[in-house]
Design a binder for this molecule. Structure first.
Ligand code: ADP
Ligand code: MG
Length: 687
């Protein structure tokens, strides 16, 4: 058990926000009253004035002050959606898009999908004729630019959560700056929690300066306005552990039980990193609470991560019944994207899942990595909404002070840029290195991306999109490697199978997460396991699901997640329509799995690995970068260890693990990607 240390000096932080929810029960106040109590309400006139008079307005305000839910409504009330125009508000996260859209529809008393709508990849709950306020991911906004490069239907675009610096946000910001030059009437609002406002305004200022240097005439109002939403906040008392914790899941669970034992009522928000450790914590907490006896019976334990169903989302936001205590165990989505009422205690593991890319080894993976001080401060702030709160950090004060970085690195500087490059190319941005980025990606990453795209046949010698392949790949709303796999399946005559595989690869997992029932899950997997690997196994599962009449009982019996399978069916249907539009005729290769494997190889050749040693359960090396990787235990090829494999993605814990693995014949590599596999200096011959 971690020992909690009360911090005397410097441990109390003051938040520049105030919240007005009366402790007598938020749920009893009318929605209109609730709106008026939010800090941004006082700034309504100021915001509308700045938007009217400035091309760009930067709004800075603590999480929960009402930026996302209120500003689009202010704009609509002021007439920005009149005459068929639309107000857009982007979010980096899909779940946030869904949650805020339904909240705003509720506040306005309209049906979601009509006046207020949302669009995320594979889900469009909006109506081109009716929707006036539209929430969407920044990725979807990028897609919309392909059909409508100047985004003409929008009068105002609010780029929200800009401090998160997601890769799509950065691309969108760079492009919107270009669009503004062509559409002076377009208004931008960039909203952000306090931390990164400066760099954001610098980005827009520097462009102004550049224009001045180029002798371009400055239009009035081109300089961005900055508005800071102020308020007086509640103190949050910070506690640190005395010694570093070994297992943050266990430490988080112990801390929750400790809070529940010793502290007065108030909900608890726990920050972990992803579905796996959240599910593990929930299981542990449920068990320990049960064995702890009476005091823990009042706990309502809820997960919060992307991919939750609507009903699960509603539980998160519903008020806690009297005498109960809610424990929400979340990814960093609750850090700034979503605000939960009633949180008084925060438990911060100090970690989040982050994407990291190494252009030298050409490896990108999701890593559980330390958060920054800025994030830690945001997380603590979630405890101070209702009244003074407490934050329990599962790391030492010494670590916080001396080792945590001040700020995170923008995602664009730690990502593989393949998708990014192809989207910019499709939008006609040819000089990608010279693009006006809020933060420049490394030239090495850029060159790697260009090389992969060239090998995929997407770019030609002049780094222009090829026709038709390049344009087709850009049009498919999936990662370019999957898109290429789909196009290749057309020639190979296995598109029917490949779109099923593409649909399954687009969701997190089709298996039911089975903590404690690992043996049963493994047995279930064996029933479907194909010697060729996970991709072909997915086909077996899909076939079984269809034969069962899409039965939920069948899923349950086989440890398959029924909701995930329904989602697979939906995505597959969308992909079928996209394929038709691209002139791909759905054709099945029946039992010839070699064709399927070749099509997968045509997309994922860059992820090929060769078995190096049987030690440690099978050590592989990537053929191109010679990086050590292992087959993930969730794969049907775990311990089978074929000689040569291709993976879909990597996750990293103690080692780099390949997820979704398929065996291939290495001779296919030079067949499908001669450029990629012949030009290397240290290439051990492929055999
Ligand atoms: P910000 O964008 O400044 O972080 P928001 O506009 O998201 O703030 O939130 C303002 C208020 O609306 C908060 O009190 C929050 O709890 C409430 N809210 C937002 N979304 C929901 C939802 N889906 N259900 C209930 N309340 C919500
Ligand atoms: Mg917000």
């Amino acid at each position: 058990k971690p020992r909690l240390l009360e911090d005397e000096d410097g441990g109390v932080i003051f938040l520049s926000s105030s919240y007005s929810s009366s402790s007598s029960g938020y749920g009893y106040v009318s929605i209109e009253k609730q709106r008026q109590r939010l800090p941004v309400y006082k700034y309504r006139t100021a915001i509308l004035y700045l938007v009217e008079s400035h091309a760009t307005t930067i709004v800075v305000g603590e999480t929960g002050s009402g930026k996302t839910t209120q500003i689009p409504q202010f704009l609509k009330e002021a007439g920005w959606a009149d005459g068929g125009r639309v107000i857009a508000c982007t979010q980096p996260r899909r779940l946030a898009v869904q949650a805020v859209a339904s909240r705003v529809a509720e506040e306005m008393g309209v049906k979601l999908g009509e006046e207020v709508g949302y669009t995320i990849r594979f889900e469009d709950i909006s109506n081109p004729d009716l929707t006036r306020i539209k929430f969407l991911t920044d990725g979807v906004l990028l897609r919309e630019m392909m059909d409508d490069p100047l985004l003409t239907k929008y009068s105002v675009i609010m780029v929200d959560e800009a401090h998160e610096r997601s890769i799509s946000t950065d691309i969108v910001l760079g492009l919107l700056k270009k669009i503004q030059k062509r559409r002076p009437e377009l208004r931008l609002i960039i909203s952000s929690a306090t931390i990164e406002a400066k760099s954001m305004s610098n980005f827009f200022l520097s462009s102004k300066r550049r224009q001045a240097l180029e002798g371009e005439e400055l239009r009035p109002g081109l300089e961005p306005a900055i508005l800071s939403v102020e308020g007086r906040g509640f103190n949050v008392q910070i506690h640190y552990v005395e010694d570093p914790v070994r297992d943050y899941v266990q430490a988080a669970v112990s801390t929750v039980l400790l809070i529940n034992d010793k502290e007065p009522p108030g909900d608890i928000l726990v920050f972990l990193t992803g579905q796996d450790d959240i599910d593990a914590a929930i299981k542990l907490l449920t068990e320990e609470a049960r064995s702890n006896g009476k005091n823990s019976s009042g706990l309502i334990i809820l997960p919060l991560y992307s991919g939750l169903t609507r009903a699960e989302q509603d539980l998160i936001f519903s008020p806690t019944p009297k005498g109960k205590r809610k424990v929400v165990i979340s990814t960093n989505i609750a850090e700034t994207s979503l605000t939960l009422e009633g949180i008084v205690y925060v438990v911060d593991s100090g970690f989040s899942k982050q994407r990291f890319y190494n252009p030298i080894s050409d490896i990108e993976n999701l890593v559980v990595a330390p958060i920054s001080k800025a994030s830690a401060r945001q997380r603590a702030g979630r405890a101070g909404r209702l009244r003074p709160g407490k934050c329990y950090r599962l790391y030492t004060e010494e670590y916080f002070l001396n080792e945590m970085s001040i700020q995170g690195i923008p995602e664009i500087q730690r990502s593989n840029l393949v998708s990014c490059v192809i989207q910019l190319k499709a939008l006609g941005i040819d000089n990608i290195l010279g693009f006006d980025w809020p933060a420049s990606p490394s030239p090495e990453s850029m060159i790697r991306a260009l090389e992969v795209l060239y090998s995929l046949g997407v770019l030609d010698d002049d780094a222009k999109l090829t026709s038709p392949v390049g344009f087709q790949v850009a049009e498919i709303p999936l990662e370019p490697m999957i898109a290429k796999m789909i196009l290749s399946s057309n020639e190979l005559g296995c598109s029917d199978e490949i779109i099923t595989i593409a649909a399954v690869l687009s969701i997190q997992s089709i298996w039911f997460s089975a903590r404690g029932a690992q043996k049963e899950l493994d047995e279930a997997k064996l029933r479907f396991a194909a010697a060729e690997g996970d991709h072909v196994t997915f086909l077996n599962i899909y076939k079984g699901f269809l034969q069962s009449g899409k039965s939920s009982k069948w899923c349950h019996k086989n440890f398959i997640n029924y909701h995930a399978m329904k989602k697979v069916m939906e995505i597959r249907e969308l992909l079928r329509r996209i394929a038709l539009r691209l002139g791909i005729v759905l054709k099945s290769c029946e039992t010839d799995m070699q064709l399927v494997r070749k099509a997968v190889t045509a997309g994922f050749f860059a992820n090929a690995c060769r078995l190096e040693a049987y030690s440690h359960g099978g050590m592989y090396k990537t053929i191109r970068g010679s990086q050590e990787v292992y087959i993930h235990p969730s794969s049907v090829l775990f311990r089978v260890n074929p000689k040569c494999v291709i993976y879909h993605s990597l996750v990293s814990t103690d080692r780099q693990y390949m997820r979704n693995v398929m065996s291939i014949d290495p001779s296919w590599l030079t067949e499908v990607a001669p450029h990629f596999y012949q030009q290397q200096r240290h290439n051990p011959t492929i055999h």
